[in-house]
Each structure stands twice: as C-alpha cells, then as structure tokens.
Write a protein that binds this ligand. Structure first.
Ligand code: GRF
Length: 228
C-alpha cells in the first residue's frame, strides 16, 4: 500500500512532531512525514524538523491579519505542492474556519492533552488536578469545527499521583502522547480508523452521518486561537 503523505502543523516545541517523525522511520509505517508547517517563524520545532531532514514551511498567520481564509489558502497551496493526504496538528495553536475543516474532514487529526470530552481547551493538567481526577491522559481525534471536539481515534491515560504538580503531570502525559500519536496516525493511515468508524464508536445507536452532524458549528466570530 502506498504510504500516506503527511504534513504536521506546529506552533511551538514540536515534541509530538518529533515522535511522529521517529515512528515514520520504521519501514512498515504506513505514513511518510513529508512536510512540517509552522504558523510561527520562531517555533523551536522547525529546527528539529530540518535536523531530521524534513522540509519545512512557515506560514505566518500574522501576515494575513484577520483574513483567515487567505491564511488557509496559503496553507493549502503548500499541501497541494506536497500532495498531502493527511494533516496532523501537533501543538498547532490556530483554529480553522469551518470551510477548511470540511475540506480536510476525515483527513485531519489533532492531539489534545486530556481524556476528551473532559477538559477541552487550555491548562488541562492544572484543571485535572483541581478536579481531583484519578487519571488523566491524552486523546487523538479527528478535527471538527468545534475546538477539541470530533470523533476519537485513540485515547490513553496515566494515573494522577499524590504530590503531582502541573509540571510533573504534564511530563507524564507528554510521554504518553509520544506513544499515542504514532499509534493513532498508523490507524488513520491504514484506514483502520475513519471519521465514520470513530463517530460510530462514540454513538453506536446512531449512524455515522448523524454522529457527524452532531458537531456544533463554532460561534460566528470565534477567537482564532486553539488550545493546542
Ligand atoms: C501537547 O501537549 C499537545 O497535546 C498539545 O500541545 C502540546 C504540544 O507539545 N496539543 P509539543 O509541541 O508537541 O511538544
């Protein structure tokens, strides 16, 4: 089977990106990471990608002002040039318009550091500690217009330990993310996890189509920043 061509979108450190790049070195891995795109020129992950021999591109959202469609057109141009099949968001801190999400529906996944649907948004580790959660974790999900919504591809958890701080818990969850994301991308690239199958798993009594239409459209004027 032809390997799926993947672009990873980052805004910062890029440790999940690095984990995906590493996993994709396995000869039998069904995806090839062919491009890393950052919306921030200063993202440390860009150097890591270049060191790994991966092409990089910077599409600085600030250059487009409020014109999110123009930003997304610029992204799509890069994806077309590289014949991208799948997008992986890895600490990418921008929200997309519903039109962009629709174009990439079923072909775009994100990793979020919580056991979704718990703790959507920012500061998940702090909030898990404050809530007295016994376990905390990470989720890879297909992207829908609703931030941190979307059918779940894979999810795993770690125990919250006595004396955990936000930092210690974040470290433990991050290690988990680095295992989870490559596993999840494998499933998607092999076609074993699809938008429909993931939606159906979440709501077995409904058809995948209904599950999909349950996703709420974003507010009319959403902040364009996502929670990563
Ligand atoms: C990760 O915790 C990821 O779950 C979240 O943003 C963080 C990105 O970290 N979406 P890194 O850039 O992959 O190191």
């Amino acid at each position: 089977m032809r390997k799926k061509r993947v672009a990873i979108l980052i805004s910062g450190r890029g440790s999940n990106m690095a984990a995906l790049i590493e996993a994709a070195k396995e000869p039998d891995y069904p995806a090839a990471i062919v491009l890393v795109v950052s919306n921030r020129p200063e993202a440390p992950g860009l150097a890591r990608a270049r060191d790994a021999g991966i092409d990089t591109a910077i599409v600085d959202h600030r250059k487009f002002g409020d014109d999110r469609e123009a930003f997304e057109r610029a992204l799509d141009e890069r994806f077309q040039a590289y014949q991208i099949d799948l997008l992986c968001l890895a600490g990418f801190m921008r929200l997309f318009t519903p039109a962009f999400v629709e174009r990439w529906s079923g072909r775009m996944v994100n990793i979020h550091p919580s056991l979704l649907p718990q703790f959507k948004g920012l500061h998940t580790h702090r909030r898990a500690l404050a809530a007295g959660a016994g376990r905390h974790g990470a989720t890879v999900h297909f992207v829908v217009p609703e931030m941190d919504g979307g059918p779940i591809v894979a999810q795993d958890s770690v125990p919250v330990l006595e004396g955990d701080t936000e930092e210690s818990l974040a470290r433990r969850v991050l290690q988990l993310e680095h295992r989870l994301y490559p596993q999840a991308l494998r499933l998607v690239a092999q076609g074993e996890a699809t938008f429909a199958s993931a939606a159906e798993a979440a709501s077995p009594d409904k058809t995948a189509k209904q599950g999909r239409s349950q996703t709420k459209p974003p507010d009319a004027t959403p902040g364009a920043t996502r929670s990563g």
